[in-house]
Design a binder for this molecule. Structure first.
Ligand SMILES: Cc1cc2nc3c(=O)[nH]c(=O)nc-3n(C[C@H](O)[C@H](O)[C@H](O)COP(=O)(O)OP(=O)(O)OC[C@H]3O[C@@H](n4cnc5c(N)ncnc54)[C@H](O)[C@@H]3O)c2cc1C
Length: 233
């Protein structure tokens, strides 16, 4: 634990996750040692074992106090309002694809839902209905962020599914324009980039880097249940 008092670690590689990363995150008086995958869930135990091996001596002698596993909620829940209950954050499925970012969206949706519900309550004289909450909080949230979720979903499908595509993505990230759009999109939480000429150039570069990526990538790890797993991407 002492080693991790001021330290968080991330590990990458097919041995610990084919599509995500493994981590050691300090949490007050213990550490969380974990890994994640969408594309090869049945192999999670192998990835956990390999993660512990990679961490090695740094967790030697530690006691396992809890074993848990959760899906990262990267899909909107089918119902986000039921009666007068409104879901926000992870409960609503607001983690973005690609970046796995959920803290901002949890805080933002929580605040937005609360503000809209307070307004609907008209100083405590009215109980909001499901339709009213859907027409305010849900409509406003989706209006602001649905395009972001869609673009990141497409990016994940194109660039995260195999080694060739991942190599292509790394290649593309050399472009100043890609770096700027990525930085601005992270900063403003909405997809930026409104330069048609650069967008067109980027499209050409994307095809070029995909061809190069597929030619240099090492073969993908075999996935035990490709059909079921890929459906979840
Ligand atoms: C490995 C990993 C890495 C991540 N990295 C990032 C990152 O770099 N950037 C980023 O933005 N996001 C990241 N996320 C996602 C981010 O952590 C979540 O999206 C975010 O914390 C969601 O906030 P939340 O308030 O909705 O839910 P939570 O943070 O899960 O909060 C829910 C709280 O409710 C409590 N609770 C549960 N049940 C009950 C109950 N019955 N009664 C009372 N309390 C209860 C829980 O203990 C918890 O404290 C990561 C997630 C994981 C797993």
């Amino acid at each position: 634990m002492a080693y991790y008092e001021e330290m968080a670690e991330m590990y990458v590689g097919d041995d610990v996750s084919p599509d995500f990363y493994a981590w050691v995150f300090p949490k007050y008086d213990h550490v969380g040692v974990g890994t994640g995958t969408v594309v090869n869930r049945p192999a999670i135990k192998k990835y956990q074992k390999n993660t512990r091996e990679r961490v090695g001596d740094k967790i030697a002698g530690g006691k396992i106090i809890k074993v848990e596993a959760h899906p990262i909620p990267e899909h909107y829940r089918p119902r986000r309002v039921q009666g007068r209950i409104a879901l926000v954050g992870d409960a609503a499925g607001y983690v973005t694809k690609c970046s796995g970012e959920g803290i901002y969206f949890a805080a933002k949706s929580g605040r937005m839902a609360a503000e809209e519900i307070v307004k609907l309550m008209k100083g405590g004289s009215h109980l909001p209905t499901q339709a009213e909450i859907e027409n305010t909080y849900i409509k406003k949230y989706d209006g602001l962020y649905a395009p972001t979720y869609t673009v990141l979903d497409i990016l994940q499908k194109v660039f995260y599914t195999n080694n060739g595509a991942r190599e292509a993505f790394v290649e593309l990230c050399k472009s100043k324009y890609v770096q700027q759009v990525t930085f601005d999109s992270y900063l403003y939480k909405r997809v930026q980039g409104n330069n048609p000429l650069d967008d067109l150039k980027l499209l050409g570069e994307t095809f070029g880097s995909l061809i190069k990526g597929y030619s240099i990538a090492k073969p993908d790890e075999e996935i035990n249940n490709p059909v079921e797993s890929l459906k979840r991407i």
